[in-house]
Design a protein around this ligand. Structure first.
Ligand code: NAD
Length: 502
């Protein structure tokens, strides 16, 4: 079969695709590391700052366009995404190693966000409120902040950028987008579709690159809002740098140590299915992936047996093969990281139940494939493998005595993103809902499975309270109070007098 030459990537700044110049980096297929999919320019601070300047200069005229006009451009974009669904899914599968079914679902999730903001364009963008003074009309109106920097991870290279780009642009902000260095190809394809949909040059800008490019965007004082999704370490660095800017808004969605809690009254098959999907979809590389399965003492033996049977049957292989449950992890560094945590678990006293290791022969020989690593460990304070994010097929089964014990274990990590409770009892469900620290909670479901019209975000090291997806509309605007006097004399609230002389 003829090989396709690698795509030559470009920055898109101020309505122009820039020719390759300076340092470059490659995008490789994690299922076949010898396959280079594209070669991309590495933005330095110079290109990042040029992109911010282009977004700043496009801002006044974009802000003045009708909100409904801006929304209608998203309708154009939706039609293009429908046309391109299959191509986008295949590209994503090749670039980030997720299986095709997951990639299709991600394209659809991105499409849902586009449809959501299209609909939002004709919805209220403020509210009328009462005034203490009968002659006054008071209203709350939302205004855009200005320039938004969007910095995204590799694991949702299409939907997560859309969660951030769509509300920002709808509300009249302009944007500089820096996709992950691991998925620049799908990032660039997304921006090409924005242009085809009719978004003007300068309104959407694209810079490729790594930490240097991202950090230059964050350091630029002309960026009003930074929307970041990625690891805690990078998010925290962005928060620290942003503290230098008096008018900076930062929304960070970061890592997790999510969990499924299998209660004493759980339906066993439902619990096993939920826990397998939570842990091993995307090879455990979702921000919400469960790397902890908490199981009531009375169920743990039966659960372990069925869970291991299920895990052994999961098909791991080419992302383009429809029969596979999951594909490779993203790169060699990810393989090394997971293996380090597998070893740490052993050193911390885990009983290894399924000894995940690299899959290196046959169809797996050229890629970054890992088998599931499953272990049983008692909860003890300070055990790192059940508190730190691993981001791979690495799962702890942790027994608990009663619901209070499960809550204590669940909350004993610095993260708080997603959790699922498997129970038949509404009282138990309510207890976990109230006492656990999380952003997304599920009952009798896996702890993955977001929908765009719900807020998406976490607490503690998982996020700083500005949820993504639909919830982001609040973050990319600021509220103004607007008060108009329809009387012919000045009257003040709180009984303040208007008398000028004694
Ligand atoms: P990452 O933090 O390594 O990179 C994310 C982005 O930040 C990339 O675009 C990267 O180039 C950029 N970056 C790196 N250093 C930077 C710096 N100093 N300044 C500015 N930008 C910088 O994350 P990743 O490996 O791409 O993705 C995996 C992580 O993302 C996991 O921790 C996962 O939990 C998290 N994630 C969270 C959510 C969520 O909604 N909470 C969703 C998806 C992924």
């Amino acid at each position: 079969m003829a090989t396709v030459p690698p795509l030559v990537g470009r920055h898109f700044i101020g309505g122009h695709w820039l020719g390759p110049a300076g340092a470059q980096f490659e995008s490789r297929n994690p299922a076949q590391l010898d396959e280079v999919l594209g070669v991309f320019p590495q933005a330095s601070a110079r290109e990042a700052n040029e992109a911010v300047a282009a977004a700043r200069s496009a801002y006044p005229s974009w802000r003045r366009t009708s909100r409904i006009h801006r929304a209608e451009l998203f309708d154009n974009l939706a039609q293009l995404i429908k046309r391109e669904t299959e191509n986008l899914a295949r590209l994503m599968a090749q670039e980030c190693g997720k299986v095709l079914t997951e990639c299709r679902a991600e394209v659809i999730e991105g499409l849902h966000m586009i449809q959501y903001v299209f609909g939002t364009g004709r919805m209220p963008c403020g509210e009328i409120v009462a005034s203490e003074i009968a002659e006054k009309d008071a209203s709350v109106r939302r205004k855009p902040w200005g320039v938004v920097a969007v910095i995204t991870p590799w694991n949702f290279p299409f939907a997560v950028p859309l969660w951030m780009l769509c509300p920002s642009l709808l509300e009249g902000n302009t944007v500089v987008f820096k996709p992950s260095e691991d998925t620049p190809l799908i990032g660039q394809r997304l921006i090409e579709l924005f242009l085809e949909a009719g978004f003007p040059g300068g309104v959407v800008n694209l810079v490729h690159g790594e930490a240097e490019a991202g950090e230059a965007l964050v350091r630029n004082p002309d960026v009003n809002v930074v929307l970041f999704t990625g690891s805690y370490e990078v998010g925290h660095r962005i928060q620290q740098l942003s503290a230098e800017h008096y008018d900076r808004i930062v929304a960070c969605e970061m890592g997790s140590k999510s969990a499924v809690i299998v209660c004493e009254d759980a339906r066993l098959d439902l619990a096993v299915t939920s826990a397998l999907i939570s842990a091993f979809k995307t090879s455990g590389q979702r921000c919400v992936s469960a790397s902890r399965i908490l199981v009531h003492d009375r169920l743990v033996e039966a659960f372990v047996q069925k869970y291991l049977d299920g895990a052994k049957r999961l098909r791991i292989g080419s992302p383009l093969d429809a029969g596979n449950f999951t594909g490779p992890v993203i790169h060699r560094a990810a393989v090394e990281k997971v293996l380090r945590y597998n070893q740490l678990a052993r050193e911390e006293g885990a009983e290894v139940l399924l000894d995940g290791s690299p899959l290196t022969s046959g169809e797996h020989a050229r890629g970054c494939y890992l088998a599931p690593f499953i272990y049983r460990v008692e909860h003890r304070p300070g055990v790192r493998c059940i508190r730190e994010e691993v981001f791979g097929p690495h799962v702890a089964i942790i027994p608990f005595r009663d619901n209070e014990h499960a809550i204590q274990i669940y909350n004993d990590t610095p993260y708080g993103l997603s959790m699922a409770v498997i129970t038949e009892s509404y009282r138990t469900m309510r207890l976990f809902r109230e006492e656990c620290e999380y952003g997304m909670g599920y009952v009798n479901l896996p702890c993955i499975g977001a929908e765009v019209h719900l807020p998406f975000g976490g607490v503690k090291k998982s996020g700083n309270g500005h949820p993504s997806a639909a919830g982001l509309i609040e973050t990319v605007t600021h509220k103004t109070a607007w008060t108009v006097n329809h009387g012919t004399e000045v009257k003040m609230a709180q009984g303040l007098t208007t008398q000028l002389e004694a």
